[in-house]
Design a binder for this molecule. Structure first.
Ligand SMILES: Nc1ncnc2c1ncn2[C@@H]1O[C@H](COP(=O)(O)OP(=O)(O)OP(=O)(O)O)[C@@H](O)[C@H]1O
Ligand SMILES: [Mg+2]
Length: 278
């Protein structure tokens, strides 16, 4: 049980009966979950959901459907309790390749995102500079993407999506290729962005079990399941949900020093291993 008071209120994102087949091969099946607005008295609390699963299982495809960039074979993705169907541009996505405009500087990339979100030039510049400070990118402001390290490029890509407006942010493998310190920084950034507004909702796809457990309030595990007679069903689905709030593992400083955190990591690893070799 959580020792922090909270309530789950309106639906922010709902995924219903989603499935995807590519070239006649079922990749994902029966995906159902919802993210609700978490309300905590006295603080601004966003939502962070982590999606774990073996390589090639369909995590990127699922994110693309959540962002409206890939049409599902069946099912729907809707936002808010008014069930508005998702459409491209509504939900920001930081891809595995951190897409930036190569011919624009770091500041130029951020200002373009802010201008596209409708901010006038002066405000776009101020907000971009503010985020550059927050993301420790000020020294890089006049550099071009090709002149950045992987970690720096990734922070620019996150800042760009934050500026693009909206409350939703999908991140595909945000921890890959980062050193320990950079990983900690990105974890802090994710928590910081999620807590900037009650409605902010971040979905992180990762193989990094430790980072997922550090930032998320909920973890979903994607994998293939077997039918009652032991046959492997085609397509992956959500085979486990971990509520870190109820386990009292969300929103605490220094969470990684608690023994329960390591119990959870062991549990996640065991599940992951059981999925990795069907
Ligand atoms: N454009 C495509 N054409 C055909 N098959 C594809 C295409 N994109 C993805 N797939 C297939 O869909 C499945 C899911 O791919 P996806 O990229 O979503 O996996 P993933 O879980 O994100 O893997 P990783 O952890 O390695 O990034 C894979 O079997 C892949 O081969
Ligand atoms: Mg992927």
């Amino acid at each position: 049980m959580s020792d922090l008071a909270y309530e789950r209120k309106e639906v922010i994102l709902r995924v219903a009966d989603l499935s995807l087949a590519i070239n006649g091969r079922k990749v994902l099946r029966d995906i159902n979950f919802e993210v609700k607005d978490i309300v905590r008295p006295g603080c601004t609390q966003g939502q962070v959901l982590a999606l774990l699963g073996p390589s090639g299982i369909g995590k990127t495809q699922l994110l693309r459907m959540l962002a409206g960039l890939q049409r599902p074979s069946t099912g729907t993705v809707t936002v808010t309790d008014k069930a508005i169907p998702v459409h491209p541009g509504m939900i920001g996505m930081v891809t595995q390749s951190y897409t930036l405009f190569g011919w624009r500087t770091v500041l130029g990339n951020l200002m373009t995102a802010a201008r596209q979100a409708g901010l006038p030039t002066r405000e776009a510049r101020e907000k971009s500079l503010d985020l550059l400070r927050q993301f420790h990118l000020e020294p890089c402001r006049h550099l071009y993407p090709a002149q950045l390290s992987g970690g720096q490029r990734q922070r620019v890509a996150i800042a760009q999506q934050v500026l693009s407006g909206g409350h939703y942010l999908l991140m595909d493998e945000p921890f890959s290729g980062l050193d320990m310190l950079e990983e900690e920084n990105v974890c802090k950034l994710i928590v910081g962005v999620s807590c900037a507004d009650d409605l902010n909702t971040i979905i992180v796809v990762t193989h990094d079990v430790r980072a997922a457990a550090t930032v998320a309030d909920t973890i979903l595990m994607l994998g293939q399941v077997r039918s009652a007679d032991g046959k492997l069903l085609p397509g992956a689905t959500i085979c486990e949900k971990y509520d870190l709030i109820e386990r009292n593992l969300a929103w605490h400083e220094q969470i990684t020093t608690r023994p329960e955190f390591y119990d959870l990591m062991r549990e996640l690893r065991a599940k992951f291993v059981s999925l990795a070799g069907p």
